[in-house]
Design a protein around this ligand. Structure first.
Ligand code: AMP
Ligand code: GLY
Length: 458
C-alpha cells in the first residue's frame, strides 16, 4: 500500500520512516517533508498543497491511508474533508481537534468530565482579566485561547508580567485571533511528562511515556521552544502513575468526547504536571504526537505502526497491543542560530552520519540545495539514540551530535538529566538499608520510584 504523511518536521520524518518499515507499505509520500524524508528509502516528498489538491493527489495515486502530523491541518478540517471524499485518514475531526485548538474548550471539557486540571477563568475583555489577576496574585499563567505554535503561554512570576501578557493578547492583539480570548490559570508545580495514546473513538492504547525539554537552554533556562529534546520512557510515569493517568485522564477524556457526540480518533497527547506527592493534573491536550517526543517514542516502537493505525481507524484498539524496545531512547534537538525568535536559514549542514543500529538522525527544518543539506527552519535535526539506560542513550546521542556541524548550531547539553537523576536516586536507595538515602532527606524525588526502572507500563 501507499501512505501519505502530512507535515515537515522531525515527527513527520519519524512517522514516515516507521511507516515505511511496514511489510505492507511500498511507498510513503510526505507533503511537504524535508531533506531527511527526501533521502529515506521508500519515501518521497510531494509539494505542500491545499486540502482539495491533496485529496486529488491521494485519489490519483491510490493512496490507502493518510496520516496527519501537525495540529494546523487538523484544526482546519483536513480529516473531515478526506472522510467526506471517502478517503481513509488518521486524525481527529475539526471539532474533536478543539481539545488543542481552543484552550477554553479544553478547560471546560475537563471540568465537565472531572479531569484534574488547574483552576482557571476565560476572558475576552481586558478589564475583568486584570481584576482576576489582582485577586489571584502571582505566579499565574496566561494563555492565548487559540493555536499559537507554542508562543501562546506566559508563565508569569509577577502580576506585572501577567498584566502585560493580557494587554499583549487582548488589547494590542499581537497574537491575532488566537489571542482574542485568554485563559488565565493557576500556576502548577512539579515535573512535566507527555502521555500520548492512540484513540479509536471508544478505546485508547497508550504509547510509551516520554518527557520533553521545553526551554532553550541547559537547566531549563531561556525562552520556551517547541521542545529541545526528549526521551522515553519518563521515569516520573511510574506504573502507579501510568494506571492513574489512564483512569483519571485518558478514559474520561475518550468517554467524555463520545458522550459529547464528538468521538475522538487520533493521537491524543496529555501534557501532565506531576507534583512531589504524586498529585496529577493536565496542563494541556494536544491532538497529535508531540515533537520531539515522537522521535524517541517511534524509535522504541517494535510493532507495525500501520497495523496499530488500522485498529484505531476501525475502532478495534481494544484488540491491539504495542510492543516496545525495553531500552531508553533519547533525542537531542539541534536548532538554528536565532531560534526560537528568528531562526536563520541557509546554513550548510556537514557531517550528517548514516543511521546506525542504535541511532538515527531525524530531520526537521532541513532542505536540499543540490546535493547539500541546508537549514530551513528553527529546529533542524533531532539526533535520537537507544541505550540500556538514560545515561548510555544520552552518551550515544551526544557522540553522534559531535559529528554534525553547521554555523550557529545550538543545542542543550543536558537532555535526559531528570531520568539520569531519577536512576541515580534509585540506585542510591537500593544500596541503603531501608531505602532511605541522604539525598532523600533533601527535597524528595518527584514521585514514588519503583525499586527497578519501570519497563514502561505501556
Ligand atoms: P502549553 O502550550 O499549554 O503546553 O504550555 C507550555 C508550557 O507552559 C508547558 O509545557 C508548561 O511548562 C507551562 N505551563 C502551562 N500551563 C501551566 C500551568 N498551569 N502551570 C505551570 N506551568 C504551565
Ligand atoms: N513537544 C511538545 C509538543 O509537541 O507540543
Amino acid at each position: 500500500m501507499k501512505i501519505l504523511v502530512i507535515g515537515s518536521g522531525g515527527r513527520e520524518h519519524a512517522l514516515a520512516w516507521k511507516l515505511a518499515q511496514s511489510p505492507r507499505v511500498f511507498k510513503v509520500f510526505v507533503a511537504p517533508g524535508n531533506a531527511g524524508t527526501a533521502s529515506e528509502e521508500g519515501v518521497s516528498n510531494v509539494p505542500h498543497a491545499s486540502i482539495a489538491a491533496l485529496i486529488e493527489f491521494v485519489k490519483t495515486e491510490s493512496i490507502a491511508l493518510t496520516v496527519v502530523g501537525p495540529e494546523a491541518p487538523l484544526a482546519a478540517g483536513m480529516v473531515d474533508a478526506f472522510k467526506a471524499a471517502g478517503l481513509r485518514i488518521f486524525g481527529p475531526t475539526k471539532q474533536a481537534a478543539q481539545l488543542e485548538s481552543s484552550k477554553d474548550y479544553a478547560k471546560s471539557f475537563m471540568i465537565r468530565h472531572r479531569i484534574p486540571t488547574a483552576a482557571y477563568a476565560t476572558f475576552s475583555d481586558a478589564g475583568p482579566a486584570h481584576e482576576y489577576i489582582d485577586r489571584q496574585g502571582a505566579p499565574i499563567v496566561v494563555k492565548a485561547d487559540g493555536l499559537a505554535a507554542g508562543k501562546g503561554v506566559v508563565v508569569a512570576t509577577t502580576t506585572a508580567e501577567a498584566h502585560a501578557a493580557v494587554d499583549m493578547m487582548l488589547v494590542d492583539n499581537r497574537m491575532g485571533a488566537a489571542g482574542a480570548r485568554v485563559v488565565i490559570e493557576e500556576c502548577l508545580e512539579g515535573e512535566e511528562a507527555s502521555f500520548i495514546v492512540l484513540a479509536d473513538g471508544k478505546h485508547a492504547l497508550p504509547l510509551a511515556s516520554s518527557q520533553d525539554h521545553k526551554r532553550l537552554r541547559d537547566a531549563d533556562g531561556g525562552p520556551n521552544t517547541g521542545g529541545m529534546g526528549a526521551y522515553s520512557p519518563a521515569p516520573v510515569v511510574t506504573p502507579a502513575i501510568h494506571a492513574r493517568v489512564m483512569r483519571e485522564v485518558i478514559d474520561p477524556a475518550i468517554a467524555g468526547m463520545r458522550a459529547d457526540g464528538i468521538p475522538y480518533t487520533g493521537f491524543l497527547y496529555a501534557g501532565l504536571m506531576i507534583d512531589k506527592r504524586g498529585g496529577l493534573k493536565v496542563l494541556e491536550f494536544n491532538c497529535r504526537l508531540g515533537d520531539p517526543e515522537a522521535e524517541p517514542i517511534l524509535l522504541r516502537l517494535k510493532s507495525d505502526l500501520v497495523g496499530l493505525l488500522d485498529h484505531a481507524i476501525d475502532g478495534t484498539l481494544d484488540a491491539a497491543e504495542a510492543e516496545w524496545d525495553p531500552r531508553v531512547a533519547l533525542g537531542v534537538v539541534l536548532a538554528a542560530e536565532g531560534y526560537p525568535e528568528n531562526p536563520r536559514k541557509g546554513d550548510v549542514i556537514e557531517g550528517l552520519p548514516e543511521a546506525g543500529d542504535d541511532y538515527r538522525v531525524f530531520h526537521a527544518g532541513t532542505t536540499l540545495d543540490g546535493n547539500r543539506v541546508v537549514v530551513n527552519g528553527g529546529r533542524v535535526l533531532c539526533v535520537t539514540a537507544l541505550g540500556h539506560n538514560a545515561r548510555t542513550a544520552q552518551k550515544r546521542a551526544y557522540d553522534v551530535v559531535s559529528r554534525i556541524r553547521f554555523d550557529g548550531m545550538q543545542y542543550r547539553r543536558d537532555i535526559g538529566h531528570r531520568a539520569i537523576e531519577a536512576r541515580a536516586k534509585r540506585s542510591a536507595a537500593a544500596l541503603t538499608p531501608g531505602g532511605s538515602t541522604p539525598a532523600a532527606a533533601t527535597p524528595a524525588p518527584a514521585a514514588p520510584t519503583p525499586a527497578k526502572p519501570p519497563a514502561d507500563a505501556a
